[in-house]
Structures are given as C-alpha cells and as structure tokens.
Design a protein around this ligand. Sequence first.
Ligand code: NDP
Length: 248
Amino acid sequence: MTTRPLEGKTALVTGGSRGVGAGIVARLAADGAAVAFTYARSAERADDVATAVVAAGGTALPIRADSMHEQDIEAAVARTVERFGSLDILVNNAAVATVAPITDLTMDEIDAMLTVNVRSAIVAIRQSLAHMGAGGRIINIGSVNADRTPFSGQSVYALTKGALASLTRGLARELASRRISINNIQPGPIDTDANPSDGPTAQAMLGVMATDRYGTAAEVGAFVSYVAGPDADYITGSSLDIDGGFTA
Ligand code: NDP
C-alpha cells in the first residue's frame, strides 16, 4: 500500500465550509491529514464537508469560529491541538470581499476585509506557532488581485491580498530557522459562491485570462496539498499563482 503524503499530519483550515476552503479540507484529508476547519455561519454545509471526509475514510473536525473575533481563532487553534495533539499545517483561507468604489464602501465593510482577510491570519499564525514544530507549513490563500487588479471596485480587497504576500515574505525569514515554511497561494477565478463561473462578472474575467475556463476548488486543494507535503520543503516565502493565466 502506498503511504499517503500527509499521513500522520494535522491541519487547521480557516473557512472550510464552502468553496475553496472545502476543496482544501477534502484534499488534505484524502492525502492523509486529520483536518480541523472553521466556519462562521454555514453550519449545515460545514457538517456536510465533515461527513463527506469521514465517509471517505478521513478525519475532520468542524469548528464554529468567526474570524472577526481574535478569541474565536485562539479557541479554534486550541481545540485543534487538544483533539489532534499537534498542529503541522495551517491554511489561512477565510476571506470576505465587498466590491465597490472606495467612496461607496462603508468603514464597516473595509474593517471586515482588513480583519478577516489579514488580521485573522496574523492571529492564527501567532497562535499556531506555539504548537508547530520542524516541517510545519503555513499556507495563506491570497489572490492574483494582489498583483493584477483589472476591474474597478477591488482596491481594498486587493490590498488585503497584497498584505498576505508581504507577510509571507517577511515571515519566511523568521521561520526558516525553525524549519517551518510559509507560502502564499494566489488563485485566479475559481468557481465558488463568491465568484460563480456562471455569474454576472464571469465573461469579463474570462476575457482577461489565457484559459477559457474557471478553476475548481479541487484544483486549489491539490496545489495546497502539494505545498503542505514533504516534496515542497524547499519552497518558502513564495507567492504561487494558480490562475488559468490571469496574470500571464
Ligand atoms: P466563499 O465566499 O465561497 O467561501 C468563504 C469561506 O470562508 C466560507 O467557508 C465561509 O464560511 C468562510 N468565512 C467567511 N467569513 C468568515 C469569518 N468571518 N469567519 C470564519 N469563516 C469565514 O469564498 P471562496 O471559496 O471563493 O474564497 C476562498 C479563498 O480564496 C478566499 O481567501 C478568497 O479571497 C480566495 N480567492 C478566491 C477566488 C475565487 O475566484 N473564488 C479568487 C482568488 C482568491 P461561512 O459560510 O460559515 O461564513
């Protein structure tokens, strides 16, 4: 029998109840990791994700934890370690995006993007580092919008994803001596509730891409699993695109 690449590893994925996060949870679990994941509102869908993982022979632990609240994230990390005994892989995936010109965004909408997309990742990283040993992996889910923002209304969202890229580079320097890697995976258009491939903006997105299709959550999950795995030990501090040529 072939050993699965993440056998014996433990993971925490933020925002795993739907979309890209659910694809990451499914793939990490299929590759052998025990996977905890957070959600804020979608309890039923979180249960569905966990049930599917267990039905496939894996281990999943859904945790309600709102990334707006530091205490929720701290509790999610603690619960993961309490249940699995360790934390090897952290994936910061939860994010919110409100698309509007900067003068139309409310400060609450701006604060939510800064808090969920950036501050919560910092909180999760700080908490996780207390438990992570050599071989640990931190993976941020950024966006190609950090590097290319072809449509108006995305300035603050793009800012948050640019912040993750910078955080990743800086932390690679701090964490290498502990043999922990950190990378920033930047998806292009992926078919999810947030960006449906048959939605009103899909044709415009396809118009600036090299390929003629959206990506899938499963494809991002496979990429994350590779970066989380033993073959990716030499990759750190990188922003890695999976974008159908959006930035080509
Ligand atoms: P979705 O909106 O489809 O799903 C978001 C997920 O994050 C849900 O599981 C949601 O859980 C969770 N979430 C949202 N807010 C919170 C919160 N406050 N606390 C905890 N969990 C929360 O997004 P996508 O799957 O499309 O995006 C996932 C990641 O991929 C994000 O980082 C996004 O920026 C990035 N990305 C996506 C692209 C795309 O085209 N789809 C392109 C580039 C990057 P719940 O429902 O329970 O609130």
